[in-house]
Design a binder for this molecule. Structure first.
Ligand code: SF4
Length: 616
């Protein structure tokens, strides 16, 4: 068995209620490393590209990585990969917390879920022994209730539980998987996929620690991180959470406001991370063994701390997107998403789209069950979150996502959708960070802010950028050839991080605690392999090609790599007033990106030669 891994992958055949254990070769592990690349490999192997995402034919992979549970910061990550009910292509979502490390302790590197159980069940794995147990008593319960019931039933408060919520049971297109009742594999609807298999939860517990190649060296590596943390640029995120960036986004005119009509929100200070820290923050929280402690726990009369606290994306989507400057309402919407299991980005952004349509008179109170769905109406926003999870009234339509809802309603509401491949855009504006426009367009599972480095870093962190061969810093507002190269190379590094299973706040190419060379060093200390940065970039490239290949089989082409109309309209107010993208700029960037990737310019997909070169 290779160092760092358990060497075992559990296949759960839910239709037949049986298990199969795969023990892949060391070469397999080195090729994919884990997490997302492994998930893409199993999706291609087992799921027909034309399968209905909510049918038993869809396979859901839950995969940790090689680094998961090693004694260093940032390593407890889990990738969930399946065909997405939201995009119709590959779905991919990452989370942290304590579940990923405990999955490894329980004896497995990954779980592949096949088929569909006849009645609701949950999967319980203790010290390498899997078992399927009845879960009818958990169906219809919120995530906090399920945590309590399962921990009591299994008689162990330290059991880690990953579950689908009420939103998943109801088939909300952007339902999430939730662990600890407050950590989410939020994006691309993986919660609905798990629920469609009649699988309510996966509970894990174990004592099996994988062996490390050089434990002493790894301890030194971790010590360096602790000693340098306070002087690093990630220190502020530890103090103020990811919502620390609200101020910087506002300053640059990059805080999406009122459904992306502006990048300037007059109420920004009320939802900022520093405001959260000085008002409703109860405590900071962390993922297994992480020194950064960026997670938030907030409490008010209305908000229950067990459901955590809002991230930057959440304060933006429920806050500035909706014109809401009420931090308690935003935190309560976040709580509902944790309780019911929904992606806060797609949920908040879909409500913002509906508010935009309401303000313009394209929909009315007759459509919205009488709710006055105007920007700034925090009460209506919170009411809609509840309706979406339960699929009541107008919420039933919004549960399909903004792109599908607009298609059904028509009346010009299609022009207000801010999504790519039907996935709502996260809160980083390509108008001011130009390369994100390209990545939002070409990314296999739709708009994503954690799939590449953001533009300002190229100028701000030249030494670390040089470690991945980027030596020609460019300003944020251009989209020239070198910027396309920056987007592609950093996309490969982020893709590798999602496969190794490493948090992108701790390791990365710029403001992160550790740089790319230190990432390769950590991998060497864990696995004993002579891993280089170039090898890691190739693992990332392989994952990007696997994802793209699945989408190509599902019928996706270059034409699906497009941006929403709103990005081509001038922003109003603040630092980004008048700024917009152009179609010509995007198409030019796509040409360069496909060529650099070795993909066909016409279809935008990888050809046989590229796939062969990557061993696919
Ligand atoms: S940086 Fe934050 S999200 Fe990442 S592992 Fe640490 S606590 Fe978790």
């Amino acid at each position: 068995m290779p160092y760092g891994y358990q060497g075992k992958i559990l296949h759960v055949h839910l239709t037949e209620m049986r298990f199969e254990t795969e023990e892949p070769s060391e070469a397999f592990y080195r090729k994919y490393m884990g997490g997302s690349a492994m998930g893409a490999y199993y999706l291609l192997k087992h799921t027909p590209a034309d399968a209905d995402a909510l049918s038993p034919e869809n396979r859901l992979t839950l995969a940790a990585g090689v680094v998961t549970d090693a004694p260093i910061s940032g390593q407890s990550r889990l990738a969930a990969v399946a065909k997405s009910p939201q995009t119709g292509g590959i779905g991919d979502s990452q989370s942290g917390g304590f579940f990923p490390a405990e999955l490894k302790f329980a004896g497995y590197d990954a779980i592949i879920l096949h088929g569909k159980a006849e009645t609701p069940v949950y999967l319980w794995i203790k010290d390498g022994v899997p078992e399927l147990r009845p879960a009818a008593h958990l169906w219809g319960k919120d995530t906090g209730e399920v945590e309590d019931l399962l921990k009591a039933e299994l008689d162990d408060p330290k059991v880690q539980i990953l579950q689908t919520g009420i939103a998943g049971e109801n088939g909300v297109h952007y339902a999430a998987l939730i662990s600890m009742a407050n950590r989410a594999n939020g994006r691309t609807g993986m919660g609905s996929v798990m629920a469609s298999k009649n699988l309510k939860a996966v509970a894990v517990r174990g004592k099996q620690r994988p062996k490390l190649a050089d434990k002493k060296g790894l301890n030194e590596h971790a010590r360096w991180g602790s000693q340098n943390f306070e002087d690093s640029d990630v220190f502020g995120m530890g103090l103020y959470g990811t919502a620390e960036v609200v101020a910087a986004q506002q300053e640059s005119g990059g805080l999406p406001t009122r459904n992306w009509s502006s990048g300037d929100f007059e109420g920004w200070e009320a939802i900022d991370g520093k405001t959260m820290a000085s008002t409703i923050l109860k405590e900071r929280d962390t993922c297994y063994a992480c020194t950064v402690r960026c997670k938030r726990v907030v409490e008010t009369e209305k908000v229950d701390p067990r459901f955590g606290g809002p991230e930057y994306e959440t304060v933006a989507t429920f806050g500035s997107y909706c014109g809401v400057d009420d931090l308690e309402a935003v935190s309560y919407a976040n709580q509902l998403c944790s309780m019911y299991g929904m992606d806060t980005i797609s949920c908040g952004a879909t409500i913002a789209w509906a508010m935009d349509a309401f303000e313009r008179g394209l929909i009315s109170a007759e459509d919205t069950d009488g709710l006055d769905l105007r920007f700034g109406n925090a009460e209506a926003m919170v009411a809609m979150v509840e309706k979406i999870a339960r699929r009541e009234g107008f919420g039933d339509l919004l549960a399909k996502g903004s792109a599908n809802a607009a298609q059904i309603i028509g009346r010009g509401t299609e022009d207000l959708v801010v999504a790519t491949k039907k996935q709502e855009a996260p809160a980083h504006m390509p108008q001011v960070k130009r390369s994100l426009g390209l990545i939002y367009a070409v990314n296999a599972f739709g708009a994503d802010h954690q799939s590449s480095e953001h533009d300002p870093s190229y100028e701000w962190y030249p030494e670390r950028m040089a470690e991945i061969g980027l030596n020609d810093p460019q300003p944020s507002d251009n989209m020239n050839e070198e910027k396309v190269r920056f987007a592609l190379i950093t996309q490969r590094l982020y893709s590798a991080l999602d496969s190794i299973g490493m948090c992108q706040f701790v390791f990365g190419p710029s403001w992160h605690l550790y740089g790319p060379n230190q990432l390769a060093e950590a991998m060497q200390l864990i696995t004993g392999w002579d891993v280089t940065v170039d090898e890691l970039l190739e693992v990332g490239e392989r994952r990007l090609n696997l994802m793209r290949l699945f989408n190509a089989k599902a019928g996706f082409t270059r034409d699906d790599d497009k941006l929403p109309k709103k990005f081509y309209e001038a922003l109003k107010g603040g630092e980004s007033d008048g700024i917009k993208l152009t179609v010509e700029e995007l198409e030019r960037a796509k040409d360069m990106y496909y060529e650099m990737s070795g993909w066909d310019a016409e279809s935008g997909n990888p050809g046989a030669a590229k796939l062969a070169a990557l061993g696919i």
